[in-house]
Design a protein around this ligand. Structure first.
Ligand SMILES: *Cc1c(COP(=O)(O)O)cnc(C)c1O
Length: 397
C-alpha cells in the first residue's frame, strides 16, 4: 500500500544548522532524523551529548542563564526528546515520563476526583488496573465501553465526563476506533479526547490532526524501537489546563525519564519511519499468509479487508502497523503449544523491537476477555520468509 507523504510544521525543529528555509516544511522522515537534534555548539558533535548533571549553575544575580535549574524540572536530553515528539505528532508540547503507564497515569491524575473518564472495554490491561485499583478508590468514576460503537459511546458520556481515552488500533484485538467521530462526540460533551497512538506510531497515524486533544505513547515500543528503554509521553494539541496540570505532575511529582533513556529514545526516532514501514509491510504479508493457513481460525489485523475496522483504518492510517493477533484452531493449550515451538520468534511480552515476539495474552491478563486461543505477534525486522518459516513449523506442531 502506498504510504502518503506528510508535511510538517517547521516550528518544532531546533537544529537550524542543518536547515535551509527553502527546504521547509519537512516530511516526517526528515523530522525524525533532525528534530530535537542540533550540532553541539561546544564541540561540533553531530550526535548530542548526554547531560547527566542533576544541577545547573546560577548567575550572580540568582538567575539561570541557560534555562536549566535542576534535573527533575528540566534536562536538555528530555527537552530534545519532547521537541522531537511534538514535531512528529504535530502538537504544541510534550511531557515525557518514566514509562508509558506513567504517562497515562499522570494524565488521569491531572483530573479531579469529581471527574468521569470513558475508556475502551479492551483498554490496555495496565490502564484497566490503574482505573480500578488506584483511581476508583480515590474517587474518579469511569465507564468502560466499546469505543468502536459510536452509539454506545454517546450513551455513556456524562455532564462530568472530562476525558475520553481511546486506543486505536487496540491491544491485542487490533480494534479500530474512528478518531474524528469520537473527537466530535467528546467535544460536544466538553470532554477532552486522548488517543493512545503506541501501536500505530506517528508515522502511520497522527490523531491530533483528526481532532484528538492528546496523544499518549509508550515510547518503550516503536518510538525507542530497540527493546532497551521503558518510557512514555503525552503530546498535546494545544496548551490547556489539563496539560498544564500534567506538566506540574511531571516536574513536581517527579515521574521523569532519565537523560540516557531520553537520549536512546531520540536515537531510536531517527530510524522510526524506516522501521515502522518495514514492520507494517511484513505484518501485512504475514497476516495475509496466516489468514489462509489451515491451522488458523482467524487473523486480527486492520490491513486485512475482512477486518471490521479496515475501512476506518484506511481513512485515518497511512499503513496498518507491525502488530497482529491470530486465533489458532483449538484451545489455550494449542495456542501455548504453538508459542512454545517458535525458534526465531521469541516468547516475550511487549512489541515494537527489531526482534519479533509472540505472546499468549490471556494467560497474563487476569480476568480477561481475550480469547484463550489468541496469540499476539509483533513483527520485527527479520526477513519475512524466515518469520513465515518459523511460524509454519510451529503451527504444524
Ligand atoms: C506498553 C503499553 C503501555 C504501557 O507502557 P509501559 O512503558 O510498559 O508502561 C500502554 N499502552 C499501550 C497501548 C501499550 O502497548
Amino acid at each position: 500500500m502506498p504510504l502518503k507523504n506528510r508535511s510538517y510544521n517547521q516550528e518544532n525543529v531546533i537544529p537550524h544548522h542543518f536547515m535551509s528555509p527553502e527546504a521547509m516544511p519537512f516530511s516526517a522522515d526528515t523530522q525524525a532524523v533532525h528534530s530535537g537534534r542540533a550540532i553541539d555548539p561546544s564541540t561540533g558533535a553531530l550526535t548530542p551529548p548526554i547531560h547527566l548533571s542533576t544541577t545547573f549553575e546560577r548567575d550572580g544575580d540568582g538567575s539561570y542563564p541557560k534555562g536549566y535549574v535542576y534535573g527533575r524540572s528540566g534536562n536538555p536530553n528530555r527537552d530534545a526528546l519532547e521537541t522531537a515528539l511534538t514535531a512528529l505528532e504535530q502538537g504544541t508540547e510534550t511531557a515525557t515520563f518514566g514509562s508509558g503507564s506513567a504517562a497515562t497515569f499522570s494524565l488521569l491524575q491531572a483530573l479531579g476526583p469529581e471527574d468521569h473518564v470513558i475508556a475502551p472495554q479492551s483498554v490496555y490491561f495496565g490502564v484497566q488496573q490503574m482505573l480500578s485499583n488506584i483511581f476508583a478508590p480515590w474517587g474518579l468514576s469511569y465507564t468502560l465501553v466499546d469505543t468502536t460503537d459510536l452509539a454506545a459511546m454517546a450513551k455513556v458520556l456524562r455532564p462530568n465526563t472530562r476525558l475520553v481515552l481511546i486506543e486505536t488500533p487496540s491491544n491485542p484485538q487490533l480494534a479500530v476506533t474512528d478518531i474524528q467521530a469520537v473527537a466530535d462526540l467528546a467535544h460536544q460533551a466538553n470532554a477532552y479526547l486522548a488517543c493512545d497512538n503506541t501501536i500505530a506510531s506517528p508515522i502511520l497515524q497522527t490523531p491530533l490532526d483528526l481532532g484528538a486533544d492528546f496523544v499518549i505513547h509508550a515510547t518503550t515500543k516503536y518510538l525507542a524501537g530497540h527493546g532497551d528503554v521503558i518510557g512514555g509521553a503525552v503530546v498535546t494539541r494545544e496548551l490547556n489546563p489539563l496539560f498544564e496540570q500534567l506538566r506540574t505532575i511531571q516536574t513536581i511529582g517527579g515521574v521523569v525519564p532519565s537523560p540516557f533513556d531520553c537520549w536512546l529514545t531520540l536515537r531510536g526516532l531517527q530510524t522510526l519511519p524506516l522501521r515502522v514501514r518495514a514492520q507494517a509491510q511484513a505484518a501485512q504479508a504475514i497476516a495475509t499468509w496466516l489468514a489462509q493457513h489451515p491451522a488458523i481460525e482467524r487473523v486480527l489485523y486492520p490491513g486485512l479487508p475482512d477486518h471490521p475496522g479496515h475501512a476506518i483504518a484506511q481513512q485515518q492510517m497511512m499503513g496498518y502497523g507491525g502488530l497482529l493477533s491470530f486465533l489458532v484452531k483449538g484451545d489455550q493449550d494449542t495456542a501455548m503449544g504453538v508459542a512454545a515451538k517458535t525458534r526465531l520468534i521469541a516468547r516475550a511480552t511487549s512489541f515494537g523491537s527489531p526482534h519479533s515476539t509472540v505472546e499468549h495474552r490471556a494467560s497474563i491478563e487476569k480476568g480477561t476477555t481475550t480469547a484463550p486461543n489468541l496469540l499476539r505477534l509483533s513483527i520485527g525486522l527479520e526477513q519475512v520468509d524466515d518469520l513465515m518459516a518459523d511460524l509454519d513449523q510451529a503451527l504444524k506442531g
